[in-house]
Design a protein around this ligand. Sequence first.
Ligand code: 5AD
Ligand code: SF4
Length: 343
Amino acid sequence: MDITVLKEKLTAIMSGQTPSREELAAILALPSPATYLHTIADQIRQERCGDAVLLRGIIEISNICNQSCHYCGLRKENKTLTRYRMGEGEIIDTVKKIQEADISTEVLQSGEDKTDIKWFSSLIRRIRKESDLFITLSLGERSQEDYLTFKDAGADRYLLKHETASQKLFDALRPGSSYSSRRNALLLFKELGFETGTGCMVGLPLQTMEDLADDLLYMKTIEADMIGIGPFIPHHATPLAHHPAGTSDTVLKMVSLTRLLLPKANIPATTSLGVLDRTGRRKALQAGANVVMLDFTPENYRKHYDIYPGKTYVTAEQDQTLPLLLRELENIGRTTGRDQPRN
Ligand code: 5AD
Ligand code: SF4
């Protein structure tokens, strides 16, 4: 695709036209770095979201998971992992640290651990009472009643990555998980009034550019509010241990195209991208992303939230690297910011 054709296609997307999967796949196949695409995405990010990088504080409250996803180190078959569940007091103390760091959103994340719903709703109520943080949940799939209970208790947002829009890949990589029920959950979040987050991995075995185009079109169709896109990174204790990782160039193109298709979405520069490429998060923030997630999980648990290798290392050194990243961002005119306060 030459630059004139690319410019025409990007202009059409920006004017609201939905591209075909073939057009998106052709853009994803552009030689890297796709400088023009990233520059346009960075401009749209600036016009629609401003220069503030939004920070979120993440607490990995449990690494127990009942699922067997072929890509993930938390899968229940991984017996080498020390499993933990944080207690309510520890979670509340961590919430306070997030508040003290002047961050306006916390994310409670876990594997698919069927934690007692009553315990959960009282935890959410307590966080609402004791802080003014926005509460985001990222707990995997639960029952419809549970989602309703979370909402009633005061949760604001739910993150559930669709992982891949290809049903073939989904079924092969997530035995025991249902493609359609995950999609239904995402629709329900919207109906319930959650800000809804989703996302996918790049570089899964046998994944094609057309599959990635379908990911983009799916996220556009459901008008996701938050979109996390990261590379697949092989974990030694999974069936995909010997499969190559995704590439940061393709992730960056996905980030930029997401910004074009969903100009107002909150798009994190993902930790997994930072694992693959030390400068990955900065590059993403200059290619359409506007959010950074900071890991606040207490030190003694953090190392056990071992989804993919390198993650615990990157989060362990974040206290040193983040001030550097943020200073670098200031040098290019970016600030850090908070969400708009609750009405
Ligand atoms: N590489 C990158 N991301 C992964 N995830 C799980 N396993 C991997 C991996 N090997 C992501 C998935 C999931 C979240 C828990 O982490 O997208 O939603
Ligand atoms: Fe569990 Fe999520 Fe990992 Fe699957 S991706 S094994 S559901 S934590």
